[in-house]
Design a protein around this ligand. Structure first.
Ligand code: WTA
Length: 646
């Protein structure tokens, strides 16, 4: 038995899978861990048969650390695997149940979805999009975001979905980096009953970049927009006469399926490259295993398609398993705080996958809201995006899972593409607050600075020791950054996740949180450097240091330490102006919680701002050795200013 099989031992105290759940679970034989560990490549090869291929692979893996290729020589199409494969048995099964914030409902069967996707694929072709061209999608949670993604996949054009709440400027940066010529967006959408003018944000943001040839605009909210002659076209007009069948492009296993921009330690957001074969095998398999997906499940992942969870576990994983999925456009408290439970009751949702921030918010609102509804159809509930504290885990289990649903706390990242550490609900004894064990086929460890495994109970860095099929292939246009960020902490074979973690005596993994300069605000991933560069672009700001402060509800909130240009007066007005400036330039989800003015920031003698020290100050922790600072007195001064805020 390998070490991963520890969890089948009976002496672990925690929540055992309910007996009937375990009996009927898709995966309920703990041997799966041992088999996968002995021969991970065979394990993945076996699961690759869950996907339809035009041509099967010659080799499973080519590993030239840190570069990997999976299912080499294999040919497939991701869209075909999400739609066409389901036509034989599930043509009239509902693929998507969409609910708008206003209460509108739209449903698509697999057959209808295929027709829409094919029509839109033909529109893209007509626009001149060819295999390999990157298409940017800037849509809220409406069915068209899925249709657009799958249409891109059908014709072999990688998509780059930009979270709809990002600002026009953030959009423009991503369009520019991807050199994308075509953008798909909408007029506007509803957030807590108010319109978000999406097309206006586009116009503002791309004014300066001038890159786009075509903008396809879905009419959704009905607000007024201005259309640029020759560039902007309406979705419904170009779709009108579009042919509803479109041959899927035969893609190589290693052809890019999509780009997903995410924040890192330094500079601009980086384009994480995911390819087709390995990604489809990984998401198809893990969706089935972790969520125990059965034919009659109604599956709801509350993530937005603008983030990786929306890609892997709202689109590619669930649809390639022929699932009926629920998609909701709006806020959880609109029109009231029971909206989620109302949706679950009306659509008879059986599986719910959401984020700790949401769970902690529900907890704050109290159990009377879910109690207003019959949510007993739920049989499995999941969590993703940030560490879930045991209190929130237990509340979720008790009040949403009604004490009977297994809870799957799933650790993974944009870069991993798939769930990496998670319970298997029919096997694993869960412990509140622990993501438990690596998935079969995944080898993870907690290492120290030198790359040695740390003893149980001790903090270290989370590392992945073996390649996996949906691993990030590169950072778009910047292989050096790819190697530097993920593969240079120890040796070039060991993936550095950027998270701190520890293991307990039973070998269970407990994720602590980011150890780099990534801030997780309500599960949204924001880079310190990116944020600082926005702040210093304001005419009053000289320097800025931005860090995360632990927060009971949101996981982390943003604390910005700012030095003003000489002659600029500190004032509350300026504080709120900078707050709005950041929210406007990045997106409203990135509104800083505090702006703290200071004459100086902690810097090394070479003038580098030490975020580590700022982070300690923000969190009332010991900043450690500060003797190497230019001016150690700065620390006391900032501590005092921060203390006043608490
Ligand atoms: C954090 C989201 C603890 C972690 C899928 C990771 C988690 C980052 C968990 C990736 C979890 C995600 N427990 N922390 N179950 N899931 N994280 O790229 O810090 O948006 O590195 O991908 O989220 O965020 P990303």
């Amino acid at each position: 038995m390998g070490e991963n099989t520890d969890q089948s031992q009976k002496n672990i105290t925690g929540f055992r899978p309910p007996e009937d759940f375990a009996r009927n679970a898709i995966v309920n034989d703990p041997d799966i861990y041992g088999r996968a560990e002995d021969d991970p490549e065979s394990f993945w090869e076996e699961n690759a048969n869950g996907i339809e291929w035009y041509r099967k692979w010659d080799n499973v893996l080519e590993w030239e650390p840190p570069l990997s290729k999976w299912f080499i020589g294999g040919k497939l199409n991701a869209c075909y695997n999400c739609l066409d494969v389901n036509l034989k048995q599930r043509a009239d099964k509902t693929a998507i149940i969409w609910e708008g914030e206003s209460g509108d409902i739209r449903k698509y069967t697999y057959k209808e979805l295929l027709e829409e996707v094919s029509s839109f694929a033909n529109v893209l072709k007509g626009t001149g999009v060819k295999k390999g061209d990157i298409v940017t999608i800037y849509l809220p949670m409406i069915p068209e975001v899925v249709i657009a993604m799958l249409a891109c996949a059908r014709i072999g054009a990688p998509h780059s979905v930009v979270f709809a709440a990002f600002s026009g400027e953030s959009l423009a940066t991503r369009i520019g980096n991807a050199n994308s010529k075509v953008l798909i967006t909408c007029d506007g959408y509803s957030r807590r009953g108010k319109v978000v003018e999406q097309k206006n944000k586009v116009d503002e943001g791309i004014r300066s970049c001038g890159l786009l040839d075509k903008v396809i605009v879905m009419k959704h909210y009905g607000n007024d927009v201005s259309m640029t002659e020759g560039r902007d076209v309406w979705w419904h007009e170009v779709m009108k006469d579009s042919e509803s069948s479109c041959e899927p492009e035969v893609m190589d296993s290693e052809d890019m399926l999509f780009l997903m921009y995410t924040s890192g330690t330094t500079g601009k957001p980086k384009g994480i490259v995911h390819t087709t074969g390995g990604y489809m095998v990984a998401t198809h398999t893990t969706t089935k295993f972790v969520f125990d997906l059965k034919e009659d499940d109604i599956y709801w992942c509350t993530a937005d398609c603008g983030w990786i969870t929306g890609h892997s576990y709202l689109v590619y994983g669930p649809l390639s398993n022929g699932t009926t999925l629920v998609m909701y456009e709006g806020a959880p408290d609109y029109p009231d705080k029971d909206r989620y439970w109302d949706i679950i009751e009306r659509h008879k949702v059986t599986i719910l996958y959401t984020a700790p921030t949401a769970i902690r918010t529900f907890m704050k609102w109290g159990p009377s809201w879910p109690q207003m509804h019959d949510i007993s159809t739920l049989r499995l509930i999941g969590s993703v995006g940030e560490p879930i504290n045991p209190g929130a885990w237990l509340w979720y289990h008790e009040n949403i899972g009604l004490g009977k649903c297994p809870v799957v706390d799933t650790w993974w990242q944009t870069e991993t593409g798939m769930i990496m550490i998670s319970p298997l609900p029919g096997i694993t004894t869960t412990k509140p607050g622990s993501a438990t064990m690596p998935m079969p086929g995944i080898k993870a460890a907690v290492l120290d600075e030198k790359g040695n495994e740390v003893p149980p109970g001790q903090d270290g860095y989370l590392a992945i020791l073996k390649p996996w099929p949906s691993m990030v292939r590169t950072v778009f246009g910047n292989e050096e950054r790819f190697i530097e960020t993920y593969w240079s902490k120890w040796d070039n074979k060991t993936y550095f996740a950027g998270d701190g973690a520890k293991r307990d005596e039973d070998g269970y993994f407990w994720i602590i949180g980011r150890v780099d300069d990534v801030i997780k605000v309500s599960g949204h991933r924001i880079g310190s450097a990116e944020f600082e560069s926005i702040l210093v672009s304001h005419p009053s700001v000289a320097e800025a240091g931005v860090v995360g402060k632990e927060d009971e509800l949101r996981g982390e909130v943003i604390y910005s330490y700012v030095t003003l240009k000489s002659g600029v007066e500190e004032s509350d007005e300026l504080k709120s102006e900078l707050t709005s400036y950041a929210a406007k330039n990045i997106g409203p989800f990135a509104r800083p919680k505090q702006i703290i003015f200071s004459d100086d920031l902690p810097k090394t003698r070479s003038g580098k701002i030490m975020r580590r020290v700022l982070k300690a100050i923000a969190n009332n922790k010991d900043p450690g050795d500060v003797t190497t600072l230019q001016d150690p007195a700065v620390v006391e001064n900032l501590k005092e200013k921060t203390r006043i805020l608490d």
